[in-house]
Design a protein around this ligand. Structure first.
Ligand code: SF4
Length: 331
């Protein structure tokens, strides 16, 4: 019998009211997330990618219960997280940790690493007395930082070192799931690679599960086993990483992949790229039919009024496009 998923997101909708006027009346709503579903198994790294404004960070915040689902539900270890209250919430807050884009703003500038990691260790009774320093030393070592970083303030570290401290703080809670929200986007490319390699090493050694939110497909490809591509609050395509990058089926996925530069400058110079035209439409007034039709290079007449469902193409790949049943040529 297969193990039940660690995280299940079921038909999640998140809407934000638009208020206007002196009385702040609701005049509309932003459909930030519009009916998405996915599951993440233990030990997996699940990537969510898309352009800015596609709703991926809203999904991350909903999983962390930093905002409530409008409808639908999120289950962690089989329990609907919106029904957790009081004492039930504490273990959830410990088991589900986050690593954010900007470690400088997520670490208290007036505290040393000793306090930044030591306080939650004490609050959750995960270490006490002399054991706190030893545990922090071990956590820093796991994150490839020497013990002397315990005495440093965030401003005394580089961006990559701060992100390592952020990861050590998340690990201190002995989490089951870490939500990485653009966790390497603010770092230089060489530092990004080091942090990604560290996250992968920790996943293997500690059996961690990640939901990795990002816009850089090459980063997601390196770390994630499975990937969902989001556009205007919906999942356009989901597949295991290898399939998504070698055989993308949705025109939006193909456009995103086309935009990734080839590392070989000669090949890159010869590549004919069809750029994705236009901006992501306003989520308070999304296009009718297929939400991608205003930018899709192969849109048909029906795409303007009929929204395609997300259909399974193989057991590991699904896409929401009327054309996916007639496989795209890769020419
Ligand atoms: Fe393009 Fe139509 Fe497919 Fe949407 S359904 S991605 S508009 S071809």
């Amino acid at each position: 019998m297969s193990e039940s998923p660690l995280l299940s997101v079921n038909n999640l909708h998140v809407r934000f009211p638009i208020k206007a006027g002196l009385l702040q009346r609701t005049v509309g709503e932003v459909k930030a997330v519009n009916g998405i579903s996915f599951e993440v198994n233990r030990g997996e790294a699940f990537g969510i990618v898309g352009e800015s404004g596609c709703g991926k960070t809203t999904v991350a915040r909903a999983i962390l219960r930093l905002l409530e689902a409008t409808t639908g539900n999120i289950a962690f270890e089989g329990n609907n997280i919106s029904s957790l209250t009081g004492k039930q919430l504490a273990p959830f807050r410990r088991k589900v940790q986050a690593i954010f884009q900007d470690p400088f703003s997520s670490l208290n500038p007036r505290k040393t690493t000793l306090d930044i990691i030591g306080e939650p260790l004490r609050v959750h009774a995960l270490a006490e007395g002399d054991g706190v320093r030893q545990r922090i030393t071990d956590l820093l070592e796991m994150c490839e930082l020497p013990a002397r970083f315990m005495e440093l303030y965030p401003h005394e570290m580089s961006g990559g070192q701060r992100q390592r401290v952020g990861i050590a703080r998340a690990l201190a809670m002995e989490p089951e799931l870490i939500v990485c929200d653009e966790a390497v986007s603010a770092l230089d490319v060489s530092i990004q690679a080091q942090i990604i390699n560290l996250l992968e090493k920790l996943r293997q050694e500690l059996g961690l599960t990640y939901v990795f939110i990002g816009h850089d497909l090459s980063v997601v490809r390196h770390l994630c086993n499975r990937v969902a591509v989001m556009y205007l609050g919906r999942i356009m395509e989901t597949a295991d990483s290898e399939t998504l990058f070698s055989q993308p089926q949705h025109p939006y996925t193909r456009a995103l992949l086309d935009a990734v530069p080839d590392p070989d400058p000669l090949t890159e110079a010869e590549r004919e790229i069809e750029p994705l035209h236009g901006e992501v439409p306003n989520p308070s007034n999304p296009p009718s039919g297929c939400v991608f039709h205003t930018r899709c290079p192969v849109a048909e007449e029906r795409c303007q009024h009929d929204a395609p469902p997300l259909v399974s193409l193989t057991p590991s790949q699904s896409a929401a496009c009327w054309l996916v049943k007639q496989p795209f040529s890769n020419s």
